[in-house]
Design a protein around this ligand. Structure first.
Ligand code: PLP
Length: 438
């Protein structure tokens, strides 16, 4: 079918051929479009709007902060909301981090975490540690450094060669798909650790700055949780080789899986550095962060006078963004929303498991769940399902073409009735797609 010609938009949209509906208002789990129709925000965009839309406490915090102070450049000043937010995050992280840096996007946070890792090794007198080990199928952001760290072929292809040869990749951790010959979780983990070990040895362990992983794989493969032994073994291996471990919790962190940090639900092994982002300010303001452990912070601080950390962004530590995040995080604690994430996540995952046709797997944790379909080899129905859901009033996130899957990440405030509505629209949409395939 030939698409109707559309009037050109002044925006360089994500797709230059698609026409986007206009979102006009948002309340609770719903976004209203300009034609008055409502969309249930089943994935919070990309796991962002964890308090839903129109949350009064957050709106008031932003308004009040705007009255007091909207911006003060961090080369000159700190601000109360940034200081308070950093203290709150550090206090609620089991004493695993000692400082926090605030930026704007997840890609910026990843880029800065990589630079902090390099700075750590410079501070320790090891300038040759310039290599990074990451995983195939990971997504760490769209700027060229973060894109080099990740390995989502469809996002990288057009921009090859990457700017930096410093990134080296190993297998993802995807037990339910990749375990072979009846391997159990421990045997599978041991095999992946041997692969890391071989990569360290091939590069020369003294050249490796850090390993970076998503604690729970998100956008590319769809809600693939790490294994507790995998995380503890990887930290041990990094420590043994003098490299840092970075968790990228841009998508899976800040309560999305039912604990503040995803690693707390996966055996409790903390990293040296951790990126946070989407649920941090819940979409009310653009804010990301890096949580920094004392080993890294102390080493950099110790020789700061002779080797300053020369890196910064104009909007980093933005007072309005920090005020919004502070209100979001206080609300999550006050309303005990992490328990709700676990409860509603259990309910949603059970309903999806019980009734989805052509189901290969429901995977994930808390309210971070993927449904992967089992169709003919080579067939791909997830993109049609996501489009049909949208037509029927439900937004779900389409994973990469590496898997035939969609991702659910609804607001933490979702009610049981709204879970029912979500599942009902989803199942109707899957049926419609299957009808078309028959
Ligand atoms: N890291 C992970 C794990 C992500 O999922 C994303 C975005 O989806 C990013 C980094 C990049 O974040 P941003 O889009 O805010 O730059």
């Amino acid at each position: 079918m030939i698409a109707e010609p559309q009037p050109p938009s002044a925006i360089f949209h994500r797709s230059l051929t698609k026409t986007y509906p206009t979102a006009t208002t948002g309340q609770g789990v719903y976004i209203t479009q300009s034609d008055g129709s409502k969309i249930l925000d089943g994935s919070c965009g990309a796991a962002v709007s964890c308090l839903g839309h129109g949350h009064q406490a957050v709106i008031e915090a932003i308004t009040e902060q705007a009255r007091q102070l909207s911006f003060a450049h961090t080369s000159f000043f700190t601000s109360d909301p940034a200081e308070e937010l950093a203290s709150l995050l550090i206090k609620s992280s089991d004493g695993r981090f000692s400082t926090c840096m605030f930026l704007s996007s997840g890609s910026e946070a990843v880029e800065s975490a990589l630079k902090i890792a390099r700075q750590y090794h410079l501070s320790k007198g090891e300038p040759r540690r310039t290599n990074f080990i990451a995983r195939r199928s990971a997504y760490h952001g769209n700027t060229l450094g973060a894109l080099s760290a990740g390995f989502n072929p469809s996002r990288r292809e057009a921009f090859e060669p990457m700017l930096s040869p410093a990134f080296h990749h190993v297998s993802p951790c995807f037990f339910s798909r990749d375990a072979i010959d009846g391997e159990d979780e421990d045997e599978y983990t041991d095999r992946l650790m041997r692969e890391y070990e071989d990569k360290f040895l091939a590069l020369g362990p003294e050249t490796v700055a850090a390993v970076i992983i998503e604690t729970v794989g998100g956008a590319t493969l769809g809600a693939v949780p790490g294994l507790p032994k995998y995380l503890s073994s990887l930290l041990e291996l990094c420590d043994r080789h003098g490299a840092l471990l970075i968790y990228d919790e841009v998508m899976c962190g800040m309560g999305r899986v039912g604990t503040l940090h995803a690693w707390q639900a996966l055996g409790g092994t903390p990293p040296d550095l951790q990126t946070i982002r989407k649920g941090l300010a819940a979409g009310y303001q653009p804010l990301s962060g890096i949580l920094i452990g004392s080993k890294v912070h102390d080493a950099i601080r110790e020789i700061q006078a002779t080797l300053p950390f020369v890196s910064g962004h104009t909007y980093q530590g933005h007072p309005l963004a920090c005020a919004a995040a502070l209100a979001v995080q206080k609300t999550i604690v006050r309303d005990d929303l992490l328990s709700k994430v676990r409860r509603m996540g259990g309910l949603l995952s059970q309903r999806l498991r019980d009734s989805t046709p052509c189901l290969k797997e429901v995977r994930g944790m808390g309210l971070f769940l993927a449904v992967e379909f089992s169709t003919q080899p080579g067939a791909h129905m997830a993109s049609d399902v996501a489009a049909t859901c949208m037509k029927n009033g439900l937004a779900v996130y389409l994973c990469s073409s590496a898997v035939d899957a969609v991702l659910f990440a609804p607001p933490f405030i979702i009610t049981e009735a709204e879970v029912d509505q979500l599942v009902s629209i989803f199942l109707t949409s899957v049926e419609e797609v299957l009808q078309d395939l028959r």
